[in-house]
Design a protein around this ligand. Structure first.
Ligand code: HEM
Length: 179
């Protein structure tokens, strides 16, 4: 996993919970990397699960909620870093439909070692989009937070229904409720 994901995570923890908690979770996690992340470095994604688990112990907030909050936070940072990916489309379903066949493809060109998930997207009705997440990393709560961040960016209110599939993939059904 890219160092920028970790640096943004620790930045969020420090902003929301303070330096002491951020420092405590890094120290207690006993990470192979030592927790001294640089944005250009590459680290084992499992360190993210360790850090989130420790943050859960420190705050009592469920892991799923922490992951989703981080996804929303990360989305804002990704848009700051890559503004063109959001400005080329004008609605959230077109945007979400472009993650797998455009955005992550461009990301892969920039970072050949990026660990990216796959999404199969399908419009069920004009107001309902299905996204099926597949990744060996199981970061579907992060994906859900990134979807929530996308909805907020495009000022769209919607409900997201999540369903784990028998084969390990995760289905999201996003229903727009503002039109
Ligand atoms: C401006 C838009 C976006 C950009 C530039 C972007 C870029 C990236 C980058 C750089 C990574 C890290 C790869 C690594 O650590 O090796 C990543 C991972 C990921 N992205 Fe995106 N992304 C964007 C939007 C989204 C959205 C909207 C979703 C959800 C629908 C999403 C889902 C994910 C997930 C879940 C991962 C973690 C890896 C995994 O689950 O296997 N991304 N993306």
């Amino acid at each position: 996993m890219k160092g920028m994901v970790f640096t943004n995570f620790l930045e969020m923890v420090e902003e929301r919970f303070g330096f002491v908690i951020a420092d405590t979770i890094v120290t207690e996690s006993n990470l192979p990397s030592g927790g001294a992340y640089t944005s250009v470095g590459q680290y084992d994604y499992k360190e993210m699960f360790t850090l989130i688990g420790k943050l859960h112990h420190q705050t009592g907030i469920p892991v799923a909620d922490l992951c989703k909050e981080f996804g929303k936070y990360l989305f804002v940072k990704l848009v700051e870093a890559y503004p063109n990916f959001v400005s080329r489309v004008n609605n959230v379903f077109d945007f979400l439909g472009s993650i797998d066949n455009y955005i992550h493809i461009e990301v892969r060109k920039l970072y050949p070692d990026a660990e990216l998930p796959h999404f199969e997207t399908r419009l069920i009705t004009p107001d309902q989009l299905e996204m099926i997440y597949s990744s060996s990393r199981g970061l579907h709560y992060l994906a859900e937070g990134l979807i929530e961040g996308s909805l907020a960016h495009f000022k769209t209110t919607a409900t997201i229904v999540t369903a784990p599939m028998a084969d390990g993939r995760v289905q999201f059904v996003i229903t727009r409720n503002d039109s």
